[in-house]
Design a protein around this ligand. Structure first.
Ligand code: 0GY
Length: 291
């Protein structure tokens, strides 16, 4: 692993809030193990191993029932670790894959069978090389036939330029981590207003996740500066929001979050039982299991 890599928390605290039955951690990853599922040669970072066994143990410990596992850039377009995890999950996991334009119908059908329901388009420059839009368009067209959707990872400053492209895609779109708002610009920034305008359109969903990446205040202040962003989206778009731990928290440099603390934050951003059920159960179930 990279010399400055921060491994996931060795013993997170037990959440003090109760999660609703059937709760889904809708954004997490598996890494390797590298001796079985090597990382991609084109990767921008080399993480620690984060196995399916550790992920399932954390799921149970935190009180979740299911996972949505997102293919991370360090595995490139080789989805074998993801597929292996889905197949050993007892139908308790679904996947978001990353595929190349050469992907065959047979590959897609096999991934679908294993539990993949989406592809991810990554626009974060520190994580991936640029992919021409025509290639994403081609992939989008192919996966739309399967009833899959598209998950996009981008940063707030790149949103405006990408809007026409995102609107042109033929499936629902899910934004990772609220499209990474800049907390220092406040709730009323041009970028966050644009993002909310997009969210008015039923085609768009978002994950109200990753306070640990977006907060400037950090865990000592319970990430309080980013919580108003999360809560606003949960309250205003309650039928199209998802939540995830982001375990094992790749590329965190400032600190490694305690997953139990991240779960407790749900009480701040989804303060009623009704909002929690939508965010953690109904929405992810509709998108990943009812399809
Ligand atoms: C996340 C965030 C990050 C990494 C990746 O695919 C990835 O490598 O998504 C990040 O570094 O911000 O969602 O895991």
């Amino acid at each position: 692993m990279d010399p400055d890599w921060l491994p996931f928390h060795p013993n997170p605290s037990k959440p003090t809030i109760n999660l609703p039955k059937g709760a889904v951690d809708a954004h997490c990853h598996v890494f390797g193990p590298a001796n079985k599922f090597p990382f991609a040669p084109e990767r921008k970072y080399t993480p620690c191993d984060a196995s399916k066994e550790k992920l399932f143990k954390l799921r149970d410990f935190l009180g979740f029932e299911k996972n949505v596992i997102v293919q991370a850039s360090c595995h490139g377009t080789n989805n074998e670790a993801l597929e292996d995890t889905l197949l050993s999950s007892n139908d308790l996991a679904r996947g978001v894959a990353v595929v190349s334009p050469q992907v065959t119908k047979a590959d897609l059908n096999r991934l679908d069978e294993a539990g993949v329901r989406a592809v991810r388009f990554n626009f974060v420059k520190r994580l991936v090389d640029n992919t021409p839009r025509e290639i994403f368009q081609k992939i989008a067209k192919t996966i739309a036939d399967l009833g899959w959707h598209i998950v996009v990872y981008l940063e707030a400053q790149d949103l405006e330029e990408l809007i026409p492209f995102l609107k042109s895609l033929p499936t629902d779109i899910v934004f990772d981590h609220m499209a990474r708002p800049d907390v220092s610009k406040g709730l009323d920034s041009m970028e966050f207003n644009l993002f909310q305008e997009l969210m008015e359109n039923n085609k768009f969903w978002c994950k109200t996740s990753c306070p640990e990446r977006l907060s400037r205040e950090g865990p000592e202040q319970n990430y309080s500066d980013i919580l108003p962003f999360m809560r606003l989206l949960v309250e205003n778009y309650s039928d199209r929001v998802l939540w995830g731990t982001d375990w094992p928290h790749p590329n965190m440099k400032s600190h490694m979050p305690d997953d139990g603390q991240l779960v407790n934050i749900l009480d701040e951003i989804a303060p009623t039982e009704e909002l929690k059920v939508k965010l953690l159960v109904e929405n992810p179930t509709r998108l990943y299991w009812d399809h």
